[in-house]
Write a protein that binds this ligand. Structure first.
Ligand code: ARG
Ligand code: ZN
Length: 422
């Protein structure tokens, strides 16, 4: 009997260690709401001085009383962090107890032949696979898809834009969509791939996408921050910025969505390279920013819609984020995202908040949407996809199709309204 028991324990040791008893062997996401200024200070200290990654808010600077904080705590700092929280009498909730398992799940299915399976668009893909997909998509659809090299990243990876063009009407307008400005927001590149696939498969089948593609070309940049994206696959899943090396600091990376020339580096960005919202040495200091800004400058007469895809929090945002001032066509923009949010609620029972960036979330200068807007692209948006914090940046692959279909509905709504107006 005793040997049987021993045998059982030995056979299940692996499972027992992974679950039940020892949560410290897992990376976790904690939800913490500080109640006093003292607790705010403790949290700021934890999130900056210990090996953790702040999910929400974007920088420790914004931690405040009675506002929920989402913190990624790697297994090896778990004990220290929980001790510090306990000492400060700060309660926490474990949002995810098994972050490593989720990360493993998201990277597992990435095959070397990315087109071998019918579920390609329901999975996350390595940078290498995305480059392969870009090439293959062009080869399979030579009359519709063009690949344009718009520049390269800090580490010299190519930045490819797919141009979808179904006809050669004179004075044709265009829509721009970029994904993956922020490395850890994996649902974003997944959306760009999803969108291309949807457009290619449903042209002449779905009325709305047909109307859109008959009337405008679409430029899609699937991964604006390839160095950061690669880094999230190999080294640190929680990386946000690009990977550029600073002259003045040992800390790496610039927040590309603070590096555009729109009230650059004012309140809501930081000139400190060690923060997640570092604005860089000067506007467009980063090659990724420069490539996108350069392309849009030279196509500003045709591009009517600018769209930047992020996650998470489920929001449909428009300018301004760099000032509390209202955009000149605020009412139009508000109407568009309001309708999109209503449709998402009706079709998918899901809630998206909407409004100008500064008023809906926070002041965040140097963003691509504000810059594009000031360039003259008057229909400029940032969409924050699923979810609202349950899985955060670690949205499981099984959620990809829902998240993308919701976003697609929002994109269609906006594009059709612009076509109708102009
Ligand atoms: N979460 C995004 C960020 O912090 C929001 C972007 C909204 N637009 C903006 N220009 N900041 O970058
Ligand atoms: Zn983002």
């Amino acid at each position: 009997m005793r040997t049987l028991l021993l045998l059982f324990v030995l056979m299940n040791l692996d499972k027992l260690l992974k679950t039940g008893c020892c949560t410290e062997t897992q990376d976790q996401i904690l939800s913490i709401t500080p109640k006093t200024q003292e607790q705010v200070d403790i949290l700021k200290n934890i999130s900056t001085q210990y090996e953790t990654a702040l999910w929400q808010p974007v920088s420790s600077h914004y931690i405040q009383e009675e506002t929920e904080v989402h913190l990624f705590v790697p297994a090896n700092s778990s004990e220290t962090v929980k001790d510090l929280l306990q000492k400060g009498a700060i309660t926490h909730e474990v949002l995810l107890a098994n972050a490593n398992e989720l990360i493993e799940m998201q990277t597992r299915n990435d095959s070397t032949d990315p087109r071998s399976s019918s579920t390609f668009y329901d999975r996350y893909h390595s940078l290498e696979d995305i480059y392969y997909w870009i090439n293959k998509t062009q080869e399979d659809n030579p009359s519709i898809v063009k690949v344009i090299l718009i520049g390269s990243s800090y580490e010299k990876r190519p930045l490819y834009v797919l141009k979808l063009s179904l006809n050669n009407r004179p004075n044709k307008k265009a829509m721009w969509i970029d994904c993956g400005i922020h490395a850890r927001e994996w649902i974003s590149p997944a959306f760009c791939l999803w969108f291309v696939q949807y457009a290619l498969s449903f042209y002449k089948i779905n009325q709305e996408i047909t109307d859109i593609l008959d009337n405008m070309d679409v430029y899609i940049l699937p991964v604006m921050n390839p160095d950061g994206y690669q880094y999230t696959w190999t080294t640190n899943r929680m990386w946000r910025k690009n990977r550029s090396i600073s002259k003045s600091s040992n800390c790496i990376g610039v927040d590309l969505n603070r590096n555009f020339d729109a009230n650059w580096c004012t309140e809501g960005a930081s000139n400190e390279p060690c923060t997640e919202i570092y604005c860089g040495a000067f506007p467009e200091s980063e090659p990724e920013t420069g490539a996108v800004a350069g392309f849009l400058r030279s196509h500003k007469d045709s591009v009517q819609i600018y769209l930047s895809i992020h996650s998470y929090s489920q929001m449909l945002l428009f300018p301004y984020s760099c000032t509390l001032d209202e955009a000149e066509n605020h009412k139009d923009l508000l109407e568009m995202v309001q309708e999109a949010a209503q449709l998402i609620r009706r079709h998918y029972w899901n809630t998206y908040r909407y409004g100008s960036g500064a008023k809906t979330i926070y002041l965040a200068p140097g963003g691509s949407d504000d810059w594009a807007y000031n360039l003259g692209i008057k229909y400029s948006f940032t969409f924050e996809l699923q979810d609202r914090g349950r899985y955060g940046f670690l949205l499981p692959p099984s959620f990809i199709s829902r998240a993308c279909n919701e976003a697609l509905l929002a994109v269609k709504t906006v594009a059709l309204k612009v076509i109708e107006k102009t």
